[in-house]
Design a protein around this ligand. Structure first.
Ligand SMILES: Cc1cc2nc3c(=O)[nH]c(=O)nc-3n(C[C@H](O)[C@H](O)[C@H](O)COP(=O)(O)OP(=O)(O)OC[C@H]3O[C@@H](n4cnc5c(N)ncnc54)[C@H](O)[C@@H]3O)c2cc1C
Length: 541
């Protein structure tokens, strides 16, 4: 650990003076800062990385990457401090100080957590956010087909930096380009190349993590159990990921994308019924997801359901048409529907940017989707009958802006064993469903949207996986259960509560995650509403 030099001590004194006025009312502001200062070198002006809740920039720093506006309302608990480390030792210091001062911490990289557990604590206050947004260095090494990427970098930045060096390399992770690689990869990370290469987490070579004792560990030092746990076990449970070393994959110089939309009146139900069986069996190079929305009917008097088949093929148009002609002719794909492009432009296309957008937009690291929303997920192992789809549409059209995405599995996803990483949704999964209810500011009755999504989820129960009903940890859903009673005396062992959601996210891997957690973070330093509980915790830090 680095110690502070004399000029830094002087700087520190000046900084402390500047916060002394508020320190009486919020002593933690000062004690936490003092602790950070003695445990790491803090030479940059205070205001650029340490934001107490009475600072004028507090709200803008808090909101900067917060994706779900539902969790920014005035009644939602706010952190007392946001600490934005500029170096790895700063992160170590934050962990050491949180233990020493018994201050609860939350970790944020890209801020896309569906239930905002990276920036809101519903179960424990006061809390401090460790925000890794300033740790976003990316070193791409084409000869070694690898890259080191710091946790605060966005998925889009990583894609851009790879493409900048090579047109025939890529990395298989998320479709949304503003995701933070820290939280995203540790929960799995699927994208449009998953059927060919698996998840982002399946393609991690090494990692650097700060553990509960404040040590930095790499793959060798952390050991195989912890290295297994952080590749799919979900964020905020095992330590703070500083950086991933990822394995680049080969992509062809020419790829093809398309989007074909069918309404119910155009035979949408029958085609979707067929897609369920066709899409998971198609060539591994082809990923066709379905985006399902509602729209005005042609005559504007009623609404219909639209199913948009949005696809990436790792190859040229000629080969794609051949694959579709044999594997999924029902969609009626034509040459005119297909756009040949390169991989980085396909990233922009799939993320929904307008056609003329330049790849440099990815360097803005800006969120493309910010809303008030509630989402849920399901995995489907048997095709849903047409009658089931017809019933779904009735419920679907009751919501103003219903949104679902169905993602095909099969290919490499089915070949990786269920226990290889904590992400268990592998062989036999046909597709994953994501349900989203979104609304705008000023909506008088947000609860009606939440009730709607819960009713759709209830309806779908009969058609989706069961025992357990599987869910994707990166689509966090607090309806599935929550850790609680942190300070209640008897609630420290949350095994029963946690298994409710833990087995849905991880199936049998949940029990191995429990063992790893209990060994590497027995005192449960890294905790949130759905973190893996430590079975050994005796007292709360
Ligand atoms: C618009 C949108 C699109 C999405 N698209 C996809 C997609 O295409 N594919 C996909 O797989 N998922 C997708 N997701 C889900 C996404 O993968 C998860 O929300 C993911 O957890 C986001 O990571 P983050 O770092 O941005 O979020 P954060 O909110 O910062 O973190 C998420 C979780 O990880 C923890 N965490 C954050 N950083 C670290 C760290 N450095 N070390 C340890 N724990 C950490 C947090 O505490 C929290 O528990 C999408 C989400 C949104 C909102």
């Amino acid at each position: 650990m680095e110690s502070s030099s004399s000029p830094q001590k002087i700087l520190l004194l000046l900084m402390l003076q500047s916060i002394s006025l508020i320190a009486d009312s919020f002593p933690i502001h000062e004690t936490f800062f003092r602790c950070l200062s003695t445990n790491s070198k803090l030479a940059v002006p205070l205001s650029s990385y340490y934001t107490p809740n009475n600072s004028s920039s507090f709200t803008s720093v808090l909101n900067s990457t917060a994706q779900n506006l539902r969790y920014l309302g005035p009644s939602v608990p706010k952190p007392i401090i946001i600490f934005t480390p500029l170096s790895e030792p700063h992160v170590q210091a934050a962990v050491i100080c949180s233990r020493r001062l018994r201050v609860h911490i939350r970790v944020r990289s890209g801020g896309h957590d569906y239930e905002a557990v990276s920036y809101v604590s519903q179960i424990e206050t006061p809390f401090v956010i460790i925000d890794l947004a300033r740790l976003r260095r990316i070193d791409v090494d084409i000869p070694r087909k690898a890259a080191w990427v710091q946790a605060g970098a966005t998925v889009g930045e990583v894609y851009y930096r790879i493409a900048e060096k090579s047109k025939v390399h890529g990395f298989p992770m998320g479709l949304c380009t503003s995701l933070g690689i820290g939280g995203h990869v540790t929960g799995g990370a699927y994208g449009s190349m998953m059927r060919k290469f698996g998840l982002g987490a399946d393609n991690v070579l090494d990692a650097r993590i700060v553990d509960s004792k404040g040590r930095i560990l790499n793959r060798v030092a952390m050991g195989k159990d912890l290295f297994w746990a952080i590749r799919g076990g979900g964020g905020g449970s095992f330590g703070i990921i500083l950086a991933w070393r990822i394995k680049l994959v080969n992509v062809p110089g020419t790829v093809t994308v398309f989007t074909v939309t069918k309404t119910l009146e155009q035979g949408g139900t029958k085609i979707l019924h067929r897609w369920q069986e066709a899409a998971p069996k198609l060539d591994d190079n082809l990923f066709i997801r379905v985006i399902i929305q509602a729209a005005e009917n042609g005559n504007g008097t009623s609404r219909t359901v639209t199913t948009s088949y949005n696809a990436l093929f790792l190859g040229n148009k000629r080969r794609l048409l051949k694959v579709m002609g044999t594997g999924f002719p029902e969609l009626g794909l034509t040459s005119a529907d297909c756009i040949e492009t390169n991989w980085i432009n396909s990233v922009l296309y799939i993320a929904g940017y307008p056609n003329t957008t330049q790849p440099e937009v990815l360097l803005q690291g800006k969120p493309v989707f910010r809303n008030y929303f509630k989402a849920k997920s399901d995995f489907v192992r048997c095709p849903i009958p047409e009658s089931g789809l017809t019933g779904l549409w009735k419920l679907y059209l009751q919501e103003e802006n219903p949104f679902m995405i169905w993602n095909p599995y099969g290919g490499m996803m089915g070949r990786i064993p269920e226990t290889a990483t904590p992400f268990p949704h592998r062989r036999g999964v046909l597709f994953k469903i994501q349900y989203v209810a979104a609304w705008q500011d000023g909506d008088k009755d947000p609860s009606k949207h939440i009730n709607w999504i819960r009713s759709i989820y209830d309806y779908m129960g009969r058609y989706v996986s069961n025992s357990p009903r599987e869910a994707y940890v990166n689509y966090r859903d607090l309806d599935l259960g929550m850790n609680k009673n942190w300070k209640g005396g008897t609630g420290y062992n949350n095994l029963k509560e946690a298994s409710a959601w833990g087995t849905k996210y991880f199936k049998g891997n949940f029990y191995r995650l429990l063992k790893v957690k209990s060994r590497v973070d027995p005192e449960n330093v890294f905790r949130h509403e759905q973190s893996i509980p430590s079975l050994l915790v005796k007292r709360q830090i």
